[in-house]
Design a binder for this molecule. Structure first.
Ligand code: NAI
Length: 436
């Protein structure tokens, strides 16, 4: 690759320098060049560039961004105002990538929104921020003010005729608010229940107007795609999936953390090279490839590439790309119970498989973990997983919630059975001995 083109576009602005999040530093390193270029391009050219880049949404679903944006009505008769919303309500268990981007490069997100405004003729942007992200809130607030002072937000931006401003909206702290239509309801002051789709928000979203909701990392990619071109972006990926991805690892590895790597990097490289491998005395037993709502994979999958399609073919999802490790000393039943408890608590209560199914799964898992389980409980858990399958629920919460459970029953079934047969948690004693 041409040496002048970056291979780590999203993190190249991040330095140890305490002011790497300031507008001065960002502009000194080439920030806002993508937006300046976008002002010289037509809406159609911008949309074509985005489609050609093959960027897929980085929030977890991987929907093609250019295609999604092409559904927004355009032209003089199109409804207005049109809204852009950054989904910064990062609450997927094990996921902390957007937090890093917001704390370290808030201007990258603003630049992505500005390009979105220029592409879709949007006049108002919102950043829907997880309420606990205090430092991100502080830095984004400062960055927004810096942009207003520099005429990068407000009226007639840089003399281009573009009027656009961004509001920071802090969430009250519910997982379901990350679902785009629940998020929109919440912003309208309503209860955060997901809406029926269609209509998709691209056509009728916030206050019934065309609205694009995309993840933080997705917006962060836009300045670079416009600045360096779609072919450069496609070439970053090691296979058909374009660009880089912020991958992460948590669990008992030597160096848990986040790294920007090419899409399609083998899972083994992420865990062994970047996260430093398993800590002494621990062996990898399984892992959730993309946050708490993805299916377990196991050691035999370590050599597959991390990209949307390959992980799906293995029966899981790349999700947010933040891997959670299960080691041989941690109880898989306890791990799944912990996740199900979270999802049961976060259900909005709208549809039965989620409202009633998840608490029921929690009860059964608690029974098993506490040594009171019966063989029939495993069958019931499997039945509950089928009950919460996609198509049976209003949104993706319950189907995602049962993914770790259904795959734990597949890969670690003997551990569930051992709890029942031994009437205790076989991992429990080890914990008490301080091995854990
Ligand atoms: P989805 O697949 O329903 O939608 C993804 C995006 O594509 C949406 O913006 C939707 O409007 C658009 N879309 C999908 N089908 C479309 C169609 N036919 N026409 C037009 N637009 C269409 O997925 P959803 O429910 O938005 O997200 C689920 C994902 O979110 C899961 O994969 C999960 O991993 C992830 N997630 C991430 C969280 C985080 O903290 N980053 C939290 C919770 C979930």
């Amino acid at each position: 690759m041409n040496q002048t083109l970056p291979h780590n576009p999203l993190t190249r602005f991040i330095t140890d320098d305490e002011s790497c999040w300031s507008i001065e530093q960002y502009q000194n390193q080439g920030g806002y060049q993508g937006f300046r270029k976008s002002l010289t391009l037509s809406q159609e050219q911008l949309l074509d560039t985005l489609k050609e880049s093959n960027l897929r949404g980085r929030g977890g679903a991987g929907f093609p961004t250019g295609l999604k944006w092409s559904f927004v009505p355009r032209g003089d008769d199109a409804p207005s105002p049109r809204y852009l919303i950054v989904n910064a309500d990062e609450m997927e268990p094990g996921t902390f990538k957007d937090r890093m981007l917001m704390e370290k490069t808030p201007h990258q997100i603003i630049e992505g929104l500005l390009i979105g405004a220029q592409t879709l003729g949007a006049s108002i942007g919102y950043i829907f921020l997880r309420g606990d992200y205090y430092l991100a809130e502080k830095r984004l607030t400062k960055a927004l003010q810096e942009c207003r002072d520099a005429n990068l937000l407000g009226e007639n931006i840089l003399g281009s005729g573009l009027d656009f401003d961004i509001h920071l909206h802090t969430s009250a702290g519910r997982y379901i608010c990350g679902e785009e239509t629940a998020l929109i309801n919440s912003m309208e002051g309503k209860r955060a229940n997901p809406r029926a789709k269609p209509p998709f928000p691209q056509v009728a979203g916030l206050w019934g107007k065309p609205t694009i909701v995309n993840n933080v990392e997705t917006f962060c990619n836009l300045p670079h795609i416009i600045h360096f071109g779609p072919q450069w972006f496609k070439d970053l990926g090691l296979n058909d999936d374009a660009g880089t991805k912020i991958f992460g690892v948590s669990g008992r590895v030597n160096h848990p953390g986040l790294w920007e790597l090419p899409m399609g990097t083998p899972i083994r490289d992420i865990i062994e090279q970047h996260a430093g491998g398993m800590r002494d005395g621990y062996t990898l037993k399984g892992f959730l490839p993309g946050g708490g709502s993805t299916d377990f994979l196991v050691a035999e999958h370590l050599d597959i590439p991390m990209d949307y399609d390959t992980i799906s073919k293995q029966g899981s999802r790349m999700g947010t790309g933040t891997i959670i490790i299960l080691d041989d000393r941690y109880c898989p039943v306890a791990m799944v119970l912990n996740l199900i408890k979270f999802f049961a608590q976060e259900s909005c209560g709208w549809c039965t498989p989620c409202r009633d199914g998840l608490p029921w799964a929690q009860v059964l898992l608690e029974k098993i973990e506490h040594g009171e389980g019966e063989p029939e409980d495993i069958n019931q858990l499997e039945e509950l997983c089928r009950f919460a399958a996609p198509g049976n629920t209003f949104c993706a919460l319950a189907p995602g919630a049962v993914e770790p459970l259904q795959s734990a029953l597949k890969y670690f079934r003997e551990d569930f059975e051992a709890h029942i047969n031994q009437a205790c948690c076989p991992f429990h004693d080890k914990k008490r001995q301080g091995i854990d």
